[in-house]
Design a protein around this ligand. Structure first.
Ligand SMILES: C[S@@+](CC[C@H](N)C(=O)[O-])C[C@H]1O[C@@H](n2cnc3c(N)ncnc32)[C@H](O)[C@@H]1O
Length: 230
């Protein structure tokens, strides 16, 4: 199993070699599926308190920008393993006139991030391609990270990708190479339900709401941290 130092070097290397908008995983903006979810109230916890929001593995910060503009969220914070990504994200947010008090990115690791030092605990968390970016053996740590960052009743919205599951068992998928590691709905459930989340809903994403090339391989799953979980 790769340790966090290996992972940090891998991502830092990729970002510091130069990663322009549109390169590799960078899709130049938030997925239309996130905007669709916001419009349908899927990013609002059942108890009504919408923010603040946290976006681990946020890359250039497109989703931080999107969530910073949602009424009631108040403040969105991205957490990025790569210092170069953090700088690129904060430059991007400034270029979009996002006030740093409403949207910003800090360098950190989802596995160890401390909610209080980030301005949490959070009411909302959004995961897009962070789950598929981490080694499958670290998925319990991924789920524990979200359980730590969210308040009881807080909501985690996962845009699941890449759902390349046709004819493959979860153990086949877990042995596949990556990143991106192929994912299944049951893998998200296995990690999150064991970490004290309940599943609220799941929505297959219509092809036209995915970034080009990702259609038919995405679903949006909504979880909430159980009020009595640790
Ligand atoms: C596939 S990219 C996705 C970026 C962004 N979500 C997007 O859709 O453009 C994954 C990002 O997660 C970051 N990352 C990987 N492991 C992480 C961790 N444990 N904690 C925080 N960020 C992490 C990487 O540096 C990388 O920028």
């Amino acid at each position: 199993m790769a340790d966090s130092g290996d992972e940090t070097s891998r991502w830092e290397g990729m970002w510091s070699r130069g990663l322009a908008p549109g390169d590799r995983f960078d899709c130049k903006g938030s997925s239309p599926a996130l905007k669709w979810a916001i419009e349908r109230g899927l990013c609002a916890p059942a108890d009504g308190a919408k923010g603040p929001a946290v976006v681990p593995g946020c890359g250039r910060g497109y989703d931080v920008e999107t969530l910073s503009r949602v009424d009631g969220v108040g403040r969105a914070v991205g957490v990025e393993l790569s210092t170069t990504a953090t700088s690129s994200a904060n430059e991007y947010l400034a270029s979009q006139s996002v006030d740093p008090s409403a949207g910003s990115v800090v360098t950190g690791n989802l596995f160890t991030a401390d909610p209080a030092s980030l301005g949490g605990p959070f009411s909302l968390a959004y995961d897009y391609t962070c789950f598929c970016a981490i080694p499958p053996a670290r998925r319990d740590d991924w789920a524990a990270g979200y359980a730590r960052l969210l308040r009881p009743g807080g909501r985690l919205v996962c845009l699941q990708f890449p759902l390349d599951t046709e004819g493959r068992s979860d153990s086949d998928l877990a042995a596949a190479s990556g990143p991106p590691y192929p994912v299944s709905d049951s893998q998200y459930d296995a990690a999150l339900l064991a970490a004290g989340f309940r599943k609220v809903s799941r929505h297959v994403v219509p092809e036209e709401l995915s970034h080009p090339g990702r259609g038919g391989r995405e679903a949006l799953a909504v979880y909430e941290r159980e009020p009595d979980s640790a």
